[in-house]
Each structure stands twice: as structure tokens, then as C-alpha cells.
Design a protein around this ligand. Sequence first.
Ligand code: MN
Length: 286
Amino acid sequence: MSVKTITMTEEQIRQLEQRLSKAQKRKTPPYARYQYQTSECVITAYESGKVVFQGEGADFYAQGWETAEPDARAGRFPQAGSDEVGTGDYFGPVVVCAALVQKEDVPLLAQLQVTDSKALSDDHIRKIGPQLIERLPHSLLILNNSDYNRVHERDNMVAIKCKLHNQAYVHLRRKAQGLPDNIIIDQFVQKKSYYRYLQRQDEVITGIHFETKAEHTYPAVAAASVIARYAFLRCFDRMCERYDFHFPKGAGKQVDTAIAAFVSRHGKEALYQVGKLHFANTKKAL
Ligand code: MN
């Protein structure tokens, strides 16, 4: 028996399914989009974009799709990518950015050493952030702490992230007059759940590829991650100035101490404006 595996784009996976209209549809296996059976071949398309052809007819059915090389997606432009920051920080907003990268932008991104923002120093991000903002079409959403706390009474963190990512793409589509067919989210939830959280949204952007650690592989996700982090740092600076207080990042013990100190100076009401109150830190500190 022969097996052939090909990585395809969303569009190709749809086209393939149309061509299989005469084949027998089978129960969809876990992590798969669909599975079809013909007399000589079982064809399974996975959410990852991998399509597996199994059986005597594998070569025949896979023919013509091979131009879709594995991992070609990362080098395909234009590409849109999105990422979020601030979700692990008690203090400060949640920021989501979606950015659009053309092939011509790639040398600049390389020159600015754009990669996962977690791997870059704050100083470097402050330096390159404005250049990316200037160069790349992007959409930036900043959910400040009081809005976050209010929304969190209804939505959990994952739901909030799903809606922000979707909203960022809706804005980007408007700004850039369209979106490319290569869209990547740095995966924080299963694709199915992502779309379930968006069920009641007016506009939902579909055809998105989900991949963990995408900031390392996709220039558009890396750029989005840097722009988001840059915006987060700016908000953080303003917060420190406004309250004349040194807010620590993260959600560790030093945050508990800071919460207590902040509340004794500015009162409990003010905490609603600067922190994510549902984190366990709040209870520990007060
Ligand atoms: Mn991420």
C-alpha cells in the first residue's frame, strides 16, 4: 500500500473536497477536516493542512497537488499574522495585533531582527516598533484594564482573545482592502473552539491557519507580536507615570506585593484600572 502526504493551503483543501464529490465521505477522524474513500484510496485532510492519501490509488489521487510543498506557507506572501501580549501579565492591558507582510518587506524585517517578541529585549522592541508600525498595514487592539475587567464578567480569557483576533482581522481587511489567503494565528486554542467562540459575531474571518509557536516561523506573526508588545510597553510606561508606581510584569510573587502596595497608596477602586482582577494574585494580595 502506498501513502503520500502533501501540505496544502485552505483553498486547495476546499478544491480537493469539491473534486471528491463522488467519493464516499467517512466519519471525520480527530484533528481532521474531512475523510473520503474511493475504491482505491482513503484521503484525509487534517486541520494542520496536511493531506494524507492512502492506498493503491494514492499516487493517482495526489497527482497535481504536489506543487503545494510542505512548509511552503511560511514563505508565501502576502501573509497576514496575529498575536497577543499581556495575557500573562497581571498589570497592563491585553493587546492584539494583526499585521500584513509583503515579500518586499522581508529584507527590512530581517534587518530589524524581527522575531518572537518574547525573545527580544524591551529596548530593541522600543527601537523597531515604530518602524514596523510605519511600514506595515496593521490593526492594533488594546483592551485596557477596566474594559477587560468588565468584559471578563461575561467572557473568559480565551473568548476575549478569540474576539480580539477576529476583530483585528476585520479591521485589517478594511484597512488593506482585503486579506491574503495566507493568514496565520499563533495558536492559543483549537481551531474548532476558536470559531465556536465567534458564533455570535457579526463578521467572522475564516480560512485561518492555526499553528503554535508561529512567531518563529511566520514573518507576519513575528511582526504582529513585536507591534503588540511595543504598544503594551507604551501603555505600561504611561501607567507607571500616571500612578507614579513601579508595576512589575508577569504574575509572580512580586506582583502580589505590588498589589498590596498599590492599593494602600491609591485605593482598591484604582486597582480596577490597572490590573486583571480575576487573576489569583488579587486574592493572595488582599
Ligand atoms: Mn502568542
